[in-house]
Design a protein around this ligand. Structure first.
Ligand code: IDP
Ligand code: MG
Length: 195
């Protein structure tokens, strides 16, 4: 009997949690979410405004945004598929901000065909090969040490977008959540502003 009562309470709690993020407005097959990172070179060069303006040509909406100090753990997880590359160590230092500033602006864009639309505006991986009208073509550079300082990251496909968004954001940090959520009781210490 006690157990049943406890479960009912938990269920009520769950419902409360789920109501925090609004349901998605009318979803079409091609409506997607994609992760965009303005990398530390973009921030140190004060390119944020220009990059957001370029991205606004996609007609997508921003549904999540935050400044992140990238830990080694997050960096290595984000770029796990490049672990074997000879540029991996430099890439990790780059995204952690060791060459510029220890900040990355993480954004989630949402809308019709979001993944490809953003990639198109972002341009090719190598800034020297990127079309000069794209973000990377305009603002990126390759250093003598061979680091592609390409200013922004954008998810490559649906599977990667989901993995990356879940890695960088918690459900309550997004205005709309495409992916299923669950609630868990934790004993984490949280900080609040002193009164
Ligand atoms: P993408 O960012 O265009 O999706 P990926 O192949 O996923 O390209 O590589 C992730 C990041 O690793 C790139 O944005 C770039 O910063 C870096 N990178 C990729 N290839 C090279 C390379 O050949 N030399 C140096 N850095 C590279
Ligand atoms: Mg990639």
């Amino acid at each position: 009997m006690r157990k049943k009562h406890a479960e009912t309470k938990q269920e009520a709690n769950n419902n409360k949690m789920e109501q925090k993020t609004s349901a998605l407005p009318e979803t079409k097959m091609t409506v997607q979410q994609t992760l965009v990172l303005i990398k530390p070179d973009g921030l140190i060069k004060s390119l944020t405004g220009n990059i957001l303006t370029e991205l606004s040509s996609t007609d997508l909406i921003i549904v999540g945004a935050k400044i992140v100090q990238v830990t080694r753990e997050l960096a290595e997880e984000h770029y796990q598929y490049l672990r074997e590359e000879n540029f991996f160590d430099e890439l990790i230092k780059y995204i952690m901000g060791e060459f510029h500033t220890k900040r990355v602006l993480a954004l989630v864009y949402h809308g019709e065909n979001a993944i490809d639309s953003v990639r198109k505006v972002v341009g090719a991986t190598d800034p020297e090969k990127a079309d000069p009208t794209t973000i990377r073509g305009k603002y990126g550079r390759v250093t003598r040490a061979g680091v592609f300082e390409n200013v922004v990251h954008a998810s490559e496909n649906k599977k990667e977008a989901e993995r990356e968004i879940k890695l960088w954001f918690r459900p309550e940090e997004l205005v709309y959540t495409l992916y299923p959520t669950e609630s868990k009781k934790t004993t984490k210490v949280e900080f609040f502003w002193k009164e």
